[in-house]
Design a protein around this ligand. Structure first.
Ligand SMILES: Cc1cc2nc3c(=O)[nH]c(=O)nc-3n(C[C@H](O)[C@H](O)[C@H](O)COP(=O)(O)OP(=O)(O)OC[C@H]3O[C@@H](n4cnc5c(N)ncnc54)[C@H](O)[C@@H]3O)c2cc1C
Length: 327
């Protein structure tokens, strides 16, 4: 069996691994403690609360992904979120935003955990270098541990990180160099009582925030714990990216009050998380990249649509091509 290394156990890497493992010996590597990447959940044991601080929900529009969605709905790993989502503009009444939205159940990282079942995954393993040798791909970690050789290498990390790993000679260097990501500041706040507004989430305009969400309005969450996730816009997050988390939290809470016009209840817990690579500015429309000579594949949301569905589709498309090619 040919050996494949996948760097990154986010949703694209996991989807790719899930398909490839029928025909290849696959090992995933991720620098984090758990899987799922930006489709993430932050737990706070002290208060027995959790926040989806990365991806908030997802939509499915492609036929290929609809088949997967149906299976996940059937097994209750994913559920439809019927939250009341609106658009907020200063001086205007909230406007309904009726898209059909799905969330992983009971937390956003549940889909990644589901896809990870049965996979060989090395977590807490940050890959610092990948080198193509005559025997195959060799990987080095930041702890100076070597893994390999692998016949095929797949990178799913954001382009800047891929460049660091693959180095100057990467055959896909030009494409990777051309990609830029926006950061995102996320504030997570637990209130003693419900926030007195009629909607559960909003796309916010003309404010430092671009999105606010009552996390506990999603299915499977503890509805009694009033947890909100506030996401700052790309522009604001860029401007404030060097600031400390403590400085961000009060600013985004103030922006929350301004956007909603309501008096906030007592706060029991609040913190802010900085996503350095939140969203690609101009995603490619190629699904994935493949270099035949070096046997190097690249997938991830930035190859295909910038969202959860794009990441799933990118991993799925690369795996489908490789299954066909190496059959
Ligand atoms: C704040 C925020 C809000 C979002 N909201 C939505 C939304 O509402 N709806 C939606 O559809 N999408 C949303 N997204 C986007 C969505 O989360 C992503 O499109 C999707 O999760 C990307 O998956 P991926 O596998 O391509 O990348 P990632 O999830 O980034 O996976 C890459 C993985 O690589 C790992 N990694 C990185 N470097 C290394 C290394 N050197 N060695 C080993 N491992 C490494 C990382 O730990 C990570 O697990 C949001 C993202 C953010 C950050």
């Amino acid at each position: 069996m040919q050996r494949v290394a996948i760097i990154g156990a986010g949703i694209s890497g996991l989807m790719c691994a899930r398909l490839l493992s029928s025909q290849f010996e696959v090992t995933l590597f991720d620098k984090s403690r758990g899987v799922s990447g930006r489709m993430a959940t932050r737990r706070v044991d002290e208060f027995d609360i959790a926040f989806d601080h990365g991806a908030q929900y997802f939509t499915i529009r492609s036929e290929a992904m609809q088949t997967w969605l149906d299976q996940w709905l059937e097994s209750n790993v994913v559920a439809r979120w019927n939250g009341n989502v609106v658009v907020l503009r200063p001086g205007m009444p909230p406007e309904q935003e009726p898209t059909v939205r799905y969330v992983a159940n009971p937390a956003m990282n549940a889909l990644g955990k589901h896809l990870a079942k049965g996979q060989s995954i090395e977590t807490n393993t940050q890959i610092s270098q990948a080198e193509k040798t005559s025997g195959g791909w060799m990987l080095s970690t930041t702890e100076d541990v070597q893994h390999g050789p692998f016949d095929l290498l797949i990178s799913t990390v954001p382009p800047t990180q891929a460049l660091d790993i693959l180095g100057e000679v990467s055959p896909l260097r030009e494409v990777l160099l051309a990609q830029e990501f926006d950061p995102c500041w996320a504030t997570l706040v637990y209130f003693a009582e419900p926030v007195p507004i009629s909607y559960d989430a909003a796309f916010v305009h003309e404010n430092p925030l671009r999105w606010i969400c009552r996390n506990n309005s999603k299915p499977g969450r503890n509805s009694e714990k009033e947890c909100w996730v506030l996401h700052a816009s790309g522009d604001w997050s860029n401007e404030y990216q060097e600031r400390a988390s403590d400085e961000i939290t009060p600013r985004l809470l103030k922006a929350f009050t301004e956007a909603t016009g309501c008096q906030l209840p007592e706060i029991r817990y609040a913190t802010s998380h900085h996503w350095r690579f939140s969203a690609p500015k101009t995603p490619l429309e190629r699904s994935f990249l493949w270099d035949e000579t070096s046997q190097l594949g690249i997938c991830g949301d930035w190859c295909s649509g910038a969202r959860v569905e794009g990441a799933l589709f990118s991993g799925y498309s690369l795996a489908s091509q490789l299954l066909e090619q190496f059959r």
